[in-house]
Design a protein around this ligand. Structure first.
Ligand code: PAF
Length: 291
């Protein structure tokens, strides 16, 4: 059911409420998050509640044009969310999230949010916007847990670090990336691409797939860069980092600390991001990286 204000949400025992924060334009990847949220919350009959928030957060866009053209289709979002097991679709107005005259604190960003060469270098202020809205959504919805997709790995690491550092009491649940048959990670932005653009963009997933079998971080990075170069994709970064600190990794690293390949690239004027665990050896499933 669609609700537009927090007061329309039925008060619930918050131990049974799970939040899936989204900016709408839902796809199968979001439905996977909602299904996982339903598993965590338990059935509706037993009091479990899944709240899917749909809010295109202006404070996390660097470019006004990117914000304007972000796809929006609330009716379709409600249908997809309910089909996947949502109890509520909470689509607040900007004034409820950011009350005029009120202050929604950002506080100090966790170190993981500002690692050079990654999102923060190319989208300064983006994580401040994400942290601001996620903290505010937690305050409004009061969930016990919240599901975040691994597709936005850096966001997941930032939210996890924020939640731990601030003792927000919300369990952060990572959910594995869902991919098209071509290996392209599902994203709301994919619908802005032509068929040729989609084919070109699948090189991002291809590069990450071959980096999985790489013996060293250097080899993994080369595999990613080569895959992008083959189809003349302009990369902002193709980096190999420690999965949770996002710091650069040494070339010869023990097998215990997970290493992540992280890519941001432009295709037909659309900025795409993707990531996967790399240097894990051959033959392991590509899409299933959930902890
Ligand atoms: O991942 C997203 O869609 C957004 O960054 C989020 C977490 C909903 C915050 O606006």
């Amino acid at each position: 059911m669609l609700v537009r204000t927090i007061h329309d949400l039925r008060p619930a025992p918050h131990t049974r409420r799970v939040l899936v924060p989204t900016m709408g334009a839902l796809h199968v990847g979001h439905q996977r998050l909602i299904e996982r949220a339903r598993e965590l919350a338990g059935s509706a009959d037993s009091g479990g509640e899944v709240v899917v928030s749909v809010f295109v957060n202006p404070s996390q866009f660097n470019e006004p044009s990117d914000f304007e053209r972000y796809p929006r289709d609330l009716d379709r979002d409600v249908a997809m969310a309910m089909a996947a097991g949502a109890s509520w679709v909470y689509a607040p107005a900007v004034d409820e999230v950011y009350p005029p005259g009120g202050r929604v604190e950002v506080g100090e960003l966790p170190l993981v949010a500002t690692q050079p060469g990654l999102e923060d270098s190319f989208r300064p202020g983006h994580f401040a916007g994400v942290v601001r809205v996620v903290r505010r959504l937690f305050e409004l919805v009061e969930p016990a847990s919240a599901c975040f997709g691994e597709k936005d790995w850096q966001q997941l690491a930032v939210v996890r670090a924020m939640s731990e550092a601030e003792g927000l009491g919300v369990r952060i649940e990572p959910v594995a990336t869902v991919r098209e048959a071509s290996g392209l990670a599902m994203s709301s932005r994919n619908r802005l691409l032509s068929a040729a653009g989609l084919a070109q963009a699948s090189a991002i997933g291809r590069g990450l797939r071959s980096a999985r079998g790489a013996a060293t971080p250097g080899e993994a990075q080369q595999a990613m860069v080569e895959a992008l170069a083959e189809v003349e994709i302009e990369a902002e970064y193709a980096a190999v980092r420690d999965a949770w600190t996002l710091m650069p990794v040494e070339e010869h690293r023990g097998p215990t600390a997970p290493v992540r390949g992280l890519v941001a690239a432009w295709v037909e004027g659309v900025r795409l991001i993707d990531n996967a665990e790399v240097c894990v050896g051959e033959g392991l499933p590509f899409h299933s990286n959930a902890e």
